[in-house]
Design a protein around this ligand. Structure first.
Ligand code: ATP
Ligand code: HMH
Ligand code: MG
Length: 557
Protein backbone atom coordinates (compact mmCIF):
# COMPACT_ATOMS: atom_id res chain seq x y z
CA UNK A 1 0.00 0.00 0.00
CA UNK A 2 1.17 3.50 -0.65
CA UNK A 3 -0.02 6.11 1.76
CA UNK A 4 -0.13 9.84 2.19
CA UNK A 5 2.51 11.94 3.76
CA UNK A 6 5.54 9.82 3.11
CA UNK A 7 6.43 11.16 -0.30
CA UNK A 8 10.02 11.92 -0.98
CA UNK A 9 10.95 15.00 -2.97
CA UNK A 10 14.08 14.88 -5.05
CA UNK A 11 15.24 17.91 -6.99
CA UNK A 12 17.83 17.38 -9.69
CA UNK A 13 19.43 20.20 -11.66
CA UNK A 14 21.18 19.51 -14.93
CA UNK A 15 23.09 21.98 -17.04
CA UNK A 16 22.59 21.23 -20.68
CA UNK A 17 24.32 22.59 -23.75
CA UNK A 18 22.77 25.22 -25.96
CA UNK A 19 20.19 23.92 -28.39
CA UNK A 20 19.36 20.92 -26.25
CA UNK A 21 15.61 20.89 -25.94
CA UNK A 22 14.48 17.37 -25.30
CA UNK A 23 15.66 16.20 -21.90
CA UNK A 24 16.78 12.84 -23.18
CA UNK A 25 19.11 12.40 -20.20
CA UNK A 26 16.09 12.44 -17.96
CA UNK A 27 14.79 8.97 -18.58
CA UNK A 28 18.31 7.53 -18.58
CA UNK A 29 18.94 9.07 -15.23
CA UNK A 30 15.73 7.66 -13.80
CA UNK A 31 16.44 4.18 -15.07
CA UNK A 32 20.00 4.20 -13.85
CA UNK A 33 19.30 5.50 -10.41
CA UNK A 34 16.04 3.53 -10.03
CA UNK A 35 14.61 6.36 -7.99
CA UNK A 36 11.25 5.88 -9.63
CA UNK A 37 10.80 2.33 -8.39
CA UNK A 38 8.86 3.42 -5.39
CA UNK A 39 5.44 4.85 -6.06
CA UNK A 40 5.92 7.27 -3.19
CA UNK A 41 8.73 9.02 -4.99
CA UNK A 42 7.97 12.42 -6.37
CA UNK A 43 10.53 13.60 -8.86
CA UNK A 44 11.04 17.21 -9.71
CA UNK A 45 13.55 17.99 -12.39
CA UNK A 46 14.90 21.30 -13.51
CA UNK A 47 16.64 21.64 -16.83
CA UNK A 48 18.77 24.73 -17.27
CA UNK A 49 19.98 25.49 -20.79
CA UNK A 50 22.11 28.45 -21.80
CA UNK A 51 19.59 29.51 -24.38
CA UNK A 52 16.17 28.68 -23.06
CA UNK A 53 14.31 29.62 -19.93
CA UNK A 54 14.21 27.02 -17.18
CA UNK A 55 11.86 24.15 -17.99
CA UNK A 56 10.38 22.01 -15.26
CA UNK A 57 9.18 18.46 -15.63
CA UNK A 58 7.16 17.05 -12.84
CA UNK A 59 6.13 13.45 -12.55
CA UNK A 60 3.80 12.82 -9.67
CA UNK A 61 0.90 10.77 -10.96
CA UNK A 62 0.83 7.10 -10.07
CA UNK A 63 -0.56 5.14 -12.98
CA UNK A 64 -2.39 1.85 -12.28
CA UNK A 65 -0.42 -0.93 -13.95
CA UNK A 66 -1.33 -4.48 -15.02
CA UNK A 67 1.27 -6.93 -16.25
CA UNK A 68 -0.16 -9.60 -18.51
CA UNK A 69 1.69 -12.89 -18.91
CA UNK A 70 0.04 -14.46 -21.94
CA UNK A 71 0.25 -15.65 -25.52
CA UNK A 72 0.11 -13.56 -28.67
CA UNK A 73 -2.87 -13.98 -31.02
CA UNK A 74 -1.94 -12.97 -34.57
CA UNK A 75 -5.60 -12.21 -35.29
CA UNK A 76 -5.48 -9.86 -32.28
CA UNK A 77 -8.89 -10.78 -30.88
CA UNK A 78 -7.62 -12.66 -27.84
CA UNK A 79 -4.39 -13.11 -25.87
CA UNK A 80 -1.90 -10.31 -25.30
CA UNK A 81 -3.59 -8.13 -27.89
CA UNK A 82 -6.98 -8.33 -26.15
CA UNK A 83 -5.29 -7.61 -22.82
CA UNK A 84 -3.61 -4.46 -24.13
CA UNK A 85 -6.84 -3.19 -25.66
CA UNK A 86 -8.91 -3.99 -22.56
CA UNK A 87 -6.47 -2.20 -20.25
CA UNK A 88 -6.21 0.77 -22.62
CA UNK A 89 -10.00 0.97 -22.75
CA UNK A 90 -10.18 0.87 -18.96
CA UNK A 91 -7.46 3.52 -18.52
CA UNK A 92 -4.76 1.30 -17.06
CA UNK A 93 -1.17 0.83 -18.21
CA UNK A 94 -0.42 -2.69 -19.42
CA UNK A 95 3.00 -4.30 -19.79
CA UNK A 96 3.36 -7.66 -21.49
CA UNK A 97 5.33 -10.86 -21.02
CA UNK A 98 4.78 -13.11 -24.04
CA UNK A 99 4.75 -16.83 -23.33
CA UNK A 100 3.90 -18.14 -26.79
CA UNK A 101 3.25 -16.84 -30.26
CA UNK A 102 0.20 -18.33 -31.95
CA UNK A 103 -0.72 -18.28 -35.61
CA UNK A 104 -4.43 -17.71 -35.13
CA UNK A 105 -7.41 -16.13 -36.84
CA UNK A 106 -11.19 -16.18 -36.69
CA UNK A 107 -11.21 -19.78 -37.96
CA UNK A 108 -8.95 -21.26 -35.28
CA UNK A 109 -5.36 -21.79 -34.17
CA UNK A 110 -3.06 -22.84 -37.01
CA UNK A 111 0.20 -22.98 -35.05
CA UNK A 112 1.82 -22.39 -31.68
CA UNK A 113 5.42 -21.42 -31.05
CA UNK A 114 6.29 -21.50 -27.35
CA UNK A 115 8.78 -18.87 -26.13
CA UNK A 116 11.80 -20.50 -24.37
CA UNK A 117 11.34 -20.46 -20.59
CA UNK A 118 14.56 -18.53 -19.97
CA UNK A 119 13.31 -15.80 -22.17
CA UNK A 120 9.93 -15.65 -20.47
CA UNK A 121 11.88 -15.24 -17.22
CA UNK A 122 13.99 -12.49 -18.76
CA UNK A 123 10.92 -10.54 -19.87
CA UNK A 124 9.37 -10.90 -16.41
CA UNK A 125 12.52 -9.64 -14.74
CA UNK A 126 12.81 -6.70 -17.15
CA UNK A 127 9.33 -5.51 -16.27
CA UNK A 128 9.14 -6.31 -12.57
CA UNK A 129 12.63 -5.06 -11.65
CA UNK A 130 11.94 -1.68 -13.20
CA UNK A 131 8.26 -0.86 -13.11
CA UNK A 132 5.75 -0.80 -10.29
CA UNK A 133 3.16 -3.42 -11.22
CA UNK A 134 -0.11 -3.43 -9.26
CA UNK A 135 -1.71 -6.59 -10.62
CA UNK A 136 -0.46 -9.56 -12.67
CA UNK A 137 -2.90 -11.28 -15.03
CA UNK A 138 -2.06 -14.60 -16.64
CA UNK A 139 -3.44 -16.11 -19.83
CA UNK A 140 -1.81 -18.84 -21.90
CA UNK A 141 0.89 -20.56 -19.80
CA UNK A 142 2.04 -23.41 -22.05
CA UNK A 143 4.39 -25.25 -19.65
CA UNK A 144 4.83 -26.05 -15.97
CA UNK A 145 8.24 -24.39 -16.19
CA UNK A 146 6.56 -21.06 -16.95
CA UNK A 147 4.19 -21.49 -13.99
CA UNK A 148 7.22 -22.04 -11.75
CA UNK A 149 9.01 -18.97 -13.18
CA UNK A 150 5.90 -16.89 -12.47
CA UNK A 151 5.85 -18.22 -8.91
CA UNK A 152 9.50 -17.31 -8.31
CA UNK A 153 9.11 -13.80 -9.69
CA UNK A 154 5.99 -13.05 -7.69
CA UNK A 155 7.83 -14.09 -4.55
CA UNK A 156 10.68 -11.71 -5.39
CA UNK A 157 8.43 -8.89 -6.61
CA UNK A 158 5.11 -9.11 -4.75
CA UNK A 159 2.08 -7.48 -6.38
CA UNK A 160 -1.34 -6.62 -4.99
CA UNK A 161 -3.25 -9.31 -6.83
CA UNK A 162 -2.87 -12.20 -9.26
CA UNK A 163 -5.70 -12.81 -11.75
CA UNK A 164 -5.48 -16.23 -13.37
CA UNK A 165 -7.35 -16.98 -16.58
CA UNK A 166 -6.54 -20.70 -16.85
CA UNK A 167 -6.44 -20.74 -20.64
CA UNK A 168 -6.44 -24.31 -21.93
CA UNK A 169 -8.84 -24.54 -24.81
CA UNK A 170 -9.82 -21.73 -27.17
CA UNK A 171 -13.51 -21.50 -27.99
CA UNK A 172 -12.60 -22.77 -31.46
CA UNK A 173 -11.70 -26.01 -29.62
CA UNK A 174 -7.94 -25.71 -30.07
CA UNK A 175 -5.70 -26.78 -27.19
CA UNK A 176 -3.53 -23.94 -25.88
CA UNK A 177 -2.13 -25.70 -22.80
CA UNK A 178 -2.04 -29.47 -22.81
CA UNK A 179 -2.82 -31.98 -20.04
CA UNK A 180 0.81 -31.78 -18.89
CA UNK A 181 0.23 -28.35 -17.34
CA UNK A 182 -2.96 -29.37 -15.55
CA UNK A 183 -1.06 -30.62 -12.51
CA UNK A 184 0.98 -27.39 -12.41
CA UNK A 185 -2.21 -25.33 -12.62
CA UNK A 186 -3.81 -27.28 -9.78
CA UNK A 187 -0.84 -27.45 -7.45
CA UNK A 188 1.03 -24.19 -8.06
CA UNK A 189 -1.18 -21.69 -9.85
CA UNK A 190 -4.54 -21.99 -8.09
CA UNK A 191 -3.15 -21.48 -4.57
CA UNK A 192 -1.39 -18.30 -5.75
CA UNK A 193 -4.46 -16.86 -7.45
CA UNK A 194 -6.59 -14.09 -5.98
CA UNK A 195 -9.14 -15.07 -8.61
CA UNK A 196 -9.37 -17.70 -11.35
CA UNK A 197 -11.72 -17.29 -14.29
CA UNK A 198 -12.21 -20.65 -16.06
CA UNK A 199 -14.77 -21.11 -18.83
CA UNK A 200 -16.91 -24.24 -18.71
CA UNK A 201 -14.39 -26.51 -20.43
CA UNK A 202 -11.50 -25.24 -18.31
CA UNK A 203 -13.42 -25.63 -15.05
CA UNK A 204 -14.29 -29.17 -16.10
CA UNK A 205 -10.65 -29.99 -16.99
CA UNK A 206 -9.41 -28.64 -13.64
CA UNK A 207 -12.01 -30.82 -11.89
CA UNK A 208 -10.95 -34.07 -13.59
CA UNK A 209 -13.55 -33.93 -16.34
CA UNK A 210 -16.66 -33.41 -14.22
CA UNK A 211 -19.60 -32.42 -16.48
CA UNK A 212 -20.72 -28.77 -16.26
CA UNK A 213 -23.90 -28.22 -18.22
CA UNK A 214 -26.18 -26.14 -16.00
CA UNK A 215 -25.99 -23.11 -13.72
CA UNK A 216 -26.29 -25.47 -10.81
CA UNK A 217 -23.22 -27.42 -12.08
CA UNK A 218 -21.38 -24.09 -12.34
CA UNK A 219 -22.18 -23.33 -8.70
CA UNK A 220 -20.77 -26.67 -7.53
CA UNK A 221 -17.69 -26.24 -9.73
CA UNK A 222 -16.99 -22.78 -8.27
CA UNK A 223 -17.03 -24.21 -4.75
CA UNK A 224 -14.78 -27.13 -5.66
CA UNK A 225 -12.26 -24.83 -7.36
CA UNK A 226 -12.24 -22.64 -4.28
CA UNK A 227 -11.44 -25.72 -2.21
CA UNK A 228 -8.42 -26.26 -4.47
CA UNK A 229 -6.89 -23.01 -3.24
CA UNK A 230 -8.11 -20.09 -5.38
CA UNK A 231 -9.25 -17.24 -3.11
CA UNK A 232 -12.06 -16.25 -5.51
CA UNK A 233 -13.55 -18.15 -8.43
CA UNK A 234 -15.50 -16.93 -11.45
CA UNK A 235 -16.92 -19.73 -13.58
CA UNK A 236 -17.83 -18.13 -16.93
CA UNK A 237 -20.94 -19.26 -18.71
CA UNK A 238 -20.34 -17.81 -22.17
CA UNK A 239 -20.57 -21.30 -23.60
CA UNK A 240 -23.53 -22.46 -21.50
CA UNK A 241 -25.89 -24.24 -23.87
CA UNK A 242 -29.45 -22.93 -24.27
CA UNK A 243 -28.91 -19.96 -22.01
CA UNK A 244 -30.81 -16.79 -22.82
CA UNK A 245 -28.67 -14.76 -20.40
CA UNK A 246 -24.89 -14.65 -20.10
CA UNK A 247 -24.56 -16.19 -16.64
CA UNK A 248 -21.34 -16.30 -14.61
CA UNK A 249 -20.96 -17.70 -11.09
CA UNK A 250 -18.75 -15.85 -8.63
CA UNK A 251 -17.71 -17.42 -5.34
CA UNK A 252 -15.60 -15.59 -2.77
CA UNK A 253 -15.41 -18.47 -0.30
CA UNK A 254 -18.45 -17.29 1.54
CA UNK A 255 -21.15 -16.16 -0.87
CA UNK A 256 -22.15 -17.43 -4.26
CA UNK A 257 -23.25 -14.73 -6.71
CA UNK A 258 -25.11 -15.44 -9.92
CA UNK A 259 -24.08 -12.63 -12.26
CA UNK A 260 -26.43 -12.28 -15.20
CA UNK A 261 -26.39 -9.97 -18.18
CA UNK A 262 -28.27 -10.10 -21.44
CA UNK A 263 -26.70 -12.46 -23.97
CA UNK A 264 -25.69 -10.42 -27.00
CA UNK A 265 -26.65 -12.08 -30.29
CA UNK A 266 -23.29 -11.95 -32.01
CA UNK A 267 -20.57 -14.13 -33.50
CA UNK A 268 -17.93 -11.64 -32.41
CA UNK A 269 -17.03 -13.21 -29.07
CA UNK A 270 -13.43 -14.25 -29.72
CA UNK A 271 -11.36 -13.07 -26.76
CA UNK A 272 -14.19 -12.37 -24.31
CA UNK A 273 -12.43 -14.47 -21.67
CA UNK A 274 -9.05 -12.71 -21.98
CA UNK A 275 -10.82 -9.36 -21.97
CA UNK A 276 -12.87 -10.16 -18.91
CA UNK A 277 -9.79 -11.24 -16.93
CA UNK A 278 -7.76 -8.18 -18.02
CA UNK A 279 -10.63 -5.91 -17.14
CA UNK A 280 -10.89 -7.50 -13.67
CA UNK A 281 -7.13 -6.95 -13.26
CA UNK A 282 -7.47 -3.33 -14.42
CA UNK A 283 -10.24 -2.58 -11.93
CA UNK A 284 -8.24 -4.21 -9.11
CA UNK A 285 -5.24 -2.09 -10.12
CA UNK A 286 -7.44 0.99 -9.73
CA UNK A 287 -8.39 -0.13 -6.23
CA UNK A 288 -11.76 -1.84 -6.69
CA UNK A 289 -12.90 -4.74 -4.51
CA UNK A 290 -13.00 -8.18 -6.16
CA UNK A 291 -16.80 -8.25 -6.55
CA UNK A 292 -16.85 -4.69 -7.92
CA UNK A 293 -14.06 -5.55 -10.36
CA UNK A 294 -15.88 -8.63 -11.65
CA UNK A 295 -19.16 -6.74 -12.11
CA UNK A 296 -17.50 -3.85 -13.97
CA UNK A 297 -15.59 -6.30 -16.17
CA UNK A 298 -18.73 -8.22 -17.09
CA UNK A 299 -20.58 -5.01 -17.90
CA UNK A 300 -17.63 -3.87 -20.05
CA UNK A 301 -17.65 -7.12 -22.07
CA UNK A 302 -21.42 -6.90 -22.57
CA UNK A 303 -21.23 -3.27 -23.75
CA UNK A 304 -18.31 -3.92 -26.11
CA UNK A 305 -20.03 -7.01 -27.58
CA UNK A 306 -23.21 -5.05 -28.15
CA UNK A 307 -21.33 -2.18 -29.83
CA UNK A 308 -19.45 -4.67 -32.04
CA UNK A 309 -22.44 -6.73 -33.25
CA UNK A 310 -22.26 -5.51 -36.86
CA UNK A 311 -18.48 -5.56 -37.16
CA UNK A 312 -17.13 -7.97 -39.75
CA UNK A 313 -13.46 -8.97 -39.47
CA UNK A 314 -12.33 -12.34 -40.82
CA UNK A 315 -14.37 -15.13 -42.39
CA UNK A 316 -14.31 -17.64 -39.53
CA UNK A 317 -17.14 -18.50 -37.15
CA UNK A 318 -15.92 -16.33 -34.25
CA UNK A 319 -14.80 -12.78 -34.91
CA UNK A 320 -13.07 -10.22 -32.68
CA UNK A 321 -14.90 -7.30 -31.07
CA UNK A 322 -13.99 -3.67 -30.55
CA UNK A 323 -12.68 -2.96 -27.04
CA UNK A 324 -12.24 0.76 -27.65
CA UNK A 325 -15.65 1.11 -29.30
CA UNK A 326 -14.33 3.35 -32.05
CA UNK A 327 -13.97 1.22 -35.15
CA UNK A 328 -17.46 1.81 -36.51
CA UNK A 329 -16.95 5.56 -36.68
CA UNK A 330 -14.05 5.06 -39.11
CA UNK A 331 -15.81 2.51 -41.29
CA UNK A 332 -15.72 3.28 -45.01
CA UNK A 333 -19.47 3.72 -45.29
CA UNK A 334 -19.86 6.39 -42.60
CA UNK A 335 -18.08 9.05 -44.69
CA UNK A 336 -14.71 10.46 -43.76
CA UNK A 337 -14.08 13.30 -41.42
CA UNK A 338 -13.25 16.45 -43.33
CA UNK A 339 -9.68 17.64 -42.64
CA UNK A 340 -9.60 21.23 -41.46
CA UNK A 341 -8.35 23.79 -43.91
CA UNK A 342 -8.33 27.45 -42.78
CA UNK A 343 -10.06 28.41 -46.04
CA UNK A 344 -13.11 26.47 -44.72
CA UNK A 345 -13.78 29.52 -42.54
CA UNK A 346 -14.77 31.56 -45.63
CA UNK A 347 -18.54 31.39 -45.15
CA UNK A 348 -19.26 29.99 -41.74
CA UNK A 349 -22.96 29.21 -41.09
CA UNK A 350 -24.11 29.08 -37.44
CA UNK A 351 -27.62 27.72 -36.81
CA UNK A 352 -30.17 29.08 -34.34
CA UNK A 353 -33.17 27.01 -33.25
CA UNK A 354 -35.35 30.07 -32.65
CA UNK A 355 -34.88 31.34 -36.19
CA UNK A 356 -35.54 27.95 -37.74
CA UNK A 357 -38.73 27.66 -35.71
CA UNK A 358 -39.85 31.13 -36.78
CA UNK A 359 -39.50 30.24 -40.46
CA UNK A 360 -40.71 26.65 -40.14
CA UNK A 361 -37.38 25.12 -41.13
CA UNK A 362 -36.04 21.89 -39.66
CA UNK A 363 -32.38 22.08 -38.63
CA UNK A 364 -31.32 19.71 -41.38
CA UNK A 365 -33.32 21.55 -44.09
CA UNK A 366 -31.76 24.84 -43.04
CA UNK A 367 -28.27 23.33 -43.03
CA UNK A 368 -28.85 21.72 -46.43
CA UNK A 369 -29.89 25.06 -47.91
CA UNK A 370 -26.90 26.84 -46.39
CA UNK A 371 -24.51 24.24 -47.79
CA UNK A 372 -26.13 24.42 -51.22
CA UNK A 373 -25.87 28.22 -51.08
CA UNK A 374 -22.12 28.06 -50.52
CA UNK A 375 -21.50 27.70 -46.75
CA UNK A 376 -18.00 26.28 -46.31
CA UNK A 377 -18.40 25.20 -42.67
CA UNK A 378 -21.45 24.70 -40.44
CA UNK A 379 -21.85 25.01 -36.68
CA UNK A 380 -24.94 23.74 -34.86
CA UNK A 381 -25.64 26.23 -32.09
CA UNK A 382 -28.79 24.86 -30.49
CA UNK A 383 -29.32 26.36 -27.06
CA UNK A 384 -32.85 25.17 -26.29
CA UNK A 385 -33.24 21.71 -27.74
CA UNK A 386 -33.55 18.34 -26.01
CA UNK A 387 -30.26 16.46 -26.09
CA UNK A 388 -31.78 13.44 -27.83
CA UNK A 389 -33.20 15.64 -30.60
CA UNK A 390 -29.87 17.47 -30.84
CA UNK A 391 -27.97 14.21 -31.42
CA UNK A 392 -30.47 13.07 -34.05
CA UNK A 393 -30.41 16.42 -35.85
CA UNK A 394 -26.61 16.46 -35.73
CA UNK A 395 -26.46 13.00 -37.30
CA UNK A 396 -28.62 14.00 -40.24
CA UNK A 397 -26.74 17.29 -40.71
CA UNK A 398 -23.50 15.33 -40.64
CA UNK A 399 -24.67 13.22 -43.57
CA UNK A 400 -25.48 16.34 -45.58
CA UNK A 401 -22.18 18.03 -44.69
CA UNK A 402 -20.02 14.95 -45.32
CA UNK A 403 -21.61 14.46 -48.74
CA UNK A 404 -20.55 18.01 -49.61
CA UNK A 405 -17.08 18.03 -48.00
CA UNK A 406 -18.20 20.67 -45.49
CA UNK A 407 -17.06 20.29 -41.84
CA UNK A 408 -19.81 20.21 -39.20
CA UNK A 409 -19.04 21.58 -35.74
CA UNK A 410 -21.14 21.57 -32.57
CA UNK A 411 -21.35 24.60 -30.30
CA UNK A 412 -20.38 23.95 -26.64
CA UNK A 413 -21.64 20.37 -26.44
CA UNK A 414 -18.62 18.05 -26.52
CA UNK A 415 -20.92 15.18 -25.57
CA UNK A 416 -23.13 15.75 -28.61
CA UNK A 417 -20.05 16.06 -30.86
CA UNK A 418 -18.78 12.73 -29.52
CA UNK A 419 -22.16 11.03 -29.78
CA UNK A 420 -22.65 11.91 -33.46
CA UNK A 421 -18.95 11.90 -34.39
CA UNK A 422 -19.11 15.49 -35.65
CA UNK A 423 -15.98 17.05 -37.14
CA UNK A 424 -15.36 19.25 -34.12
CA UNK A 425 -16.64 21.84 -31.67
CA UNK A 426 -16.72 25.57 -31.17
CA UNK A 427 -16.30 26.67 -27.57
CA UNK A 428 -16.48 29.96 -25.69
CA UNK A 429 -14.31 31.37 -22.93
CA UNK A 430 -16.59 30.01 -20.21
CA UNK A 431 -17.02 26.54 -21.73
CA UNK A 432 -14.78 23.54 -21.17
CA UNK A 433 -11.06 24.44 -21.62
CA UNK A 434 -9.86 23.78 -25.18
CA UNK A 435 -7.11 21.49 -23.90
CA UNK A 436 -9.68 19.27 -22.16
CA UNK A 437 -11.87 19.26 -25.25
CA UNK A 438 -8.87 18.22 -27.33
CA UNK A 439 -8.11 15.33 -24.94
CA UNK A 440 -11.72 14.15 -25.21
CA UNK A 441 -12.10 14.60 -28.96
CA UNK A 442 -8.70 13.48 -30.22
CA UNK A 443 -6.17 15.05 -32.56
CA UNK A 444 -8.16 15.02 -35.80
CA UNK A 445 -11.19 16.98 -34.63
CA UNK A 446 -11.57 20.70 -35.29
CA UNK A 447 -11.65 23.01 -32.26
CA UNK A 448 -12.53 26.68 -32.48
CA UNK A 449 -12.49 29.14 -29.59
CA UNK A 450 -14.25 32.51 -29.27
CA UNK A 451 -11.69 35.23 -28.47
CA UNK A 452 -11.99 38.97 -27.97
CA UNK A 453 -8.41 39.82 -27.06
CA UNK A 454 -4.85 38.99 -28.19
CA UNK A 455 -4.30 37.24 -24.84
CA UNK A 456 -7.25 34.93 -25.40
CA UNK A 457 -6.00 34.23 -28.92
CA UNK A 458 -2.59 33.27 -27.53
CA UNK A 459 -4.21 30.98 -24.94
CA UNK A 460 -6.31 29.29 -27.65
CA UNK A 461 -3.14 28.59 -29.64
CA UNK A 462 -1.36 27.20 -26.56
CA UNK A 463 -4.35 24.97 -25.83
CA UNK A 464 -4.19 23.40 -29.30
CA UNK A 465 -7.21 25.05 -30.98
CA UNK A 466 -7.43 25.13 -34.79
CA UNK A 467 -9.00 28.57 -35.30
CA UNK A 468 -10.49 31.42 -33.34
CA UNK A 469 -13.75 33.26 -33.79
CA UNK A 470 -13.46 37.00 -33.07
CA UNK A 471 -16.28 39.45 -32.44
CA UNK A 472 -18.76 40.95 -32.12
CA UNK A 473 -17.58 42.90 -35.06
CA UNK A 474 -20.91 44.74 -35.27
CA UNK A 475 -23.65 44.96 -32.64
CA UNK A 476 -25.82 41.83 -32.65
CA UNK A 477 -29.10 40.64 -31.17
CA UNK A 478 -28.23 36.95 -31.41
CA UNK A 479 -26.08 37.05 -28.30
CA UNK A 480 -27.17 38.95 -25.18
CA UNK A 481 -24.64 41.25 -23.45
CA UNK A 482 -22.06 40.65 -26.10
CA UNK A 483 -19.23 43.20 -26.20
CA UNK A 484 -18.70 44.71 -29.64
CA UNK A 485 -14.99 44.80 -30.44
CA UNK A 486 -15.48 46.56 -33.79
CA UNK A 487 -13.34 46.33 -36.90
CA UNK A 488 -10.37 47.77 -34.97
CA UNK A 489 -10.66 45.16 -32.23
CA UNK A 490 -10.91 42.45 -34.88
CA UNK A 491 -7.79 43.73 -36.63
CA UNK A 492 -5.81 43.85 -33.38
CA UNK A 493 -6.73 40.24 -32.58
CA UNK A 494 -5.98 39.06 -36.15
CA UNK A 495 -2.53 40.68 -36.08
CA UNK A 496 -1.72 38.99 -32.75
CA UNK A 497 -3.26 35.58 -33.48
CA UNK A 498 -1.14 32.64 -34.58
CA UNK A 499 -4.36 30.86 -35.58
CA UNK A 500 -6.67 31.61 -38.50
CA UNK A 501 -9.56 33.89 -37.58
CA UNK A 502 -13.21 34.03 -38.54
CA UNK A 503 -15.06 37.28 -37.82
CA UNK A 504 -18.48 37.09 -36.14
CA UNK A 505 -21.20 39.38 -34.86
CA UNK A 506 -23.85 41.29 -36.79
CA UNK A 507 -22.29 40.56 -40.19
CA UNK A 508 -24.69 40.60 -43.18
CA UNK A 509 -24.70 41.14 -46.93
CA UNK A 510 -24.67 44.95 -46.52
CA UNK A 511 -21.68 45.14 -44.16
CA UNK A 512 -19.55 42.04 -44.90
CA UNK A 513 -17.29 43.80 -47.37
CA UNK A 514 -15.43 46.12 -44.93
CA UNK A 515 -14.72 43.09 -42.73
CA UNK A 516 -12.93 41.21 -45.50
CA UNK A 517 -11.23 44.43 -46.53
CA UNK A 518 -9.29 44.86 -43.28
CA UNK A 519 -6.74 42.86 -45.25
CA UNK A 520 -4.99 40.79 -42.58
CA UNK A 521 -3.94 37.45 -44.12
CA UNK A 522 -5.15 35.25 -41.28
CA UNK A 523 -8.69 36.64 -41.39
CA UNK A 524 -10.20 33.82 -43.42
CA UNK A 525 -13.90 34.60 -43.50
CA UNK A 526 -17.10 35.57 -41.72
CA UNK A 527 -19.48 33.64 -39.50
CA UNK A 528 -23.17 34.48 -39.68
CA UNK A 529 -26.39 33.47 -37.98
CA UNK A 530 -29.28 35.88 -38.75
CA UNK A 531 -27.93 36.93 -42.15
CA UNK A 532 -28.81 33.56 -43.62
CA UNK A 533 -31.01 31.69 -41.11
CA UNK A 534 -33.38 34.52 -40.17
CA UNK A 535 -34.95 34.41 -43.61
CA UNK A 536 -37.54 32.53 -45.56
CA UNK A 537 -35.06 31.32 -48.17
CA UNK A 538 -31.77 30.30 -46.59
CA UNK A 539 -30.41 29.21 -49.97
CA UNK A 540 -30.88 32.64 -51.58
CA UNK A 541 -29.46 34.58 -48.64
CA UNK A 542 -26.42 32.32 -48.44
CA UNK A 543 -25.78 32.71 -52.17
CA UNK A 544 -25.97 36.51 -51.85
CA UNK A 545 -23.50 36.54 -48.99
CA UNK A 546 -21.20 34.17 -50.84
CA UNK A 547 -21.15 36.50 -53.84
CA UNK A 548 -20.30 39.52 -51.66
CA UNK A 549 -17.46 37.65 -49.98
CA UNK A 550 -16.08 36.54 -53.35
CA UNK A 551 -16.13 40.14 -54.62
CA UNK A 552 -14.50 41.45 -51.46
CA UNK A 553 -11.66 38.92 -51.57
CA UNK A 554 -11.09 39.56 -55.28
CA UNK A 555 -10.84 43.30 -54.53
CA UNK A 556 -8.36 42.76 -51.67
CA UNK A 557 -6.11 40.64 -53.91
N1 ATP B 1 -22.93 -13.45 -26.28
C1 ATP B 1 -22.58 -12.95 -25.10
N2 ATP B 1 -23.26 -11.90 -24.58
C2 ATP B 1 -22.90 -11.36 -23.39
N3 ATP B 1 -21.88 -11.80 -22.66
C3 ATP B 1 -21.16 -12.85 -23.11
C4 ATP B 1 -21.46 -13.49 -24.35
N4 ATP B 1 -20.56 -14.48 -24.56
C5 ATP B 1 -19.74 -14.47 -23.49
N5 ATP B 1 -20.10 -13.51 -22.61
C6 ATP B 1 -19.47 -13.17 -21.34
O1 ATP B 1 -18.09 -12.99 -21.63
C7 ATP B 1 -17.29 -13.44 -20.56
C8 ATP B 1 -16.31 -14.48 -21.07
O2 ATP B 1 -16.98 -15.72 -21.10
P1 ATP B 1 -16.64 -16.97 -22.01
O3 ATP B 1 -17.32 -18.13 -21.38
O4 ATP B 1 -16.97 -16.66 -23.43
O5 ATP B 1 -15.06 -17.07 -21.83
P2 ATP B 1 -13.96 -17.81 -22.72
O6 ATP B 1 -14.56 -19.02 -23.32
O7 ATP B 1 -12.79 -17.95 -21.86
O8 ATP B 1 -13.65 -16.74 -23.87
P3 ATP B 1 -12.54 -16.83 -25.04
O9 ATP B 1 -11.98 -18.17 -25.05
O10 ATP B 1 -13.29 -16.48 -26.29
O11 ATP B 1 -11.55 -15.77 -24.70
C9 ATP B 1 -18.26 -13.94 -19.52
O12 ATP B 1 -18.54 -12.93 -18.59
C10 ATP B 1 -19.51 -14.29 -20.32
O13 ATP B 1 -20.67 -14.25 -19.55
C1 HMH C 1 -3.07 -16.59 -27.34
C2 HMH C 1 -4.43 -16.90 -26.86
N1 HMH C 1 -4.70 -16.79 -25.56
C3 HMH C 1 -5.93 -17.07 -25.10
C4 HMH C 1 -6.93 -17.47 -25.95
C5 HMH C 1 -8.31 -17.78 -25.40
O1 HMH C 1 -9.28 -17.12 -26.02
C6 HMH C 1 -6.63 -17.56 -27.32
N2 HMH C 1 -7.55 -17.94 -28.22
N3 HMH C 1 -5.37 -17.27 -27.74
MG1 MG D 1 -16.15 -18.32 -25.09
Amino acid sequence: MWGEGSSLNIAVSLSVPQGFRQPKGLSLLLVNSRINRNKQTRIFMEMQGNESPTTSYQSTINIPHVLTVAGSDSGAGAGIQADLKACAARGVYCSTVITAVTAQNTVGVQGVNVVPEDFVAEQMKSVLSDMHVDVVKTGMLPSIGIVKILHQHLREYPVRALVVDPVMVSTSGDVLAGPSVLAGFREELLPMADIITPNLKEASALLDGVKIKTVSDMRSAAKLLHDMGARNVLVKGGDLPDSLDAVDIFFDGEHLYELRSSRIKTHNTHGTGCTLASCIAAELAKGASMLEAVKVAKCFVETALDYSKEIFIGNGPQGPFDHLMKLKSNAHNSGRQVRFNPSDLFLYAVTDSGMNRRWGHSISDAVKAAVQGGATIVQLREKDIETRDFVEAAKSCLQICRANGVPLLINDRIDVALACDADGVHIGQSDMPARTARALLGPEKIIGVSCKTPEQAEQAWIAGADYIGCGGVYPTNTKANNLTVGLDGLKTVCLASKLPVVAIGGIKVSNARPVMEIGVPNLKGVAVVSAIFDSECVLTETRKLHAVLMEATAAVK
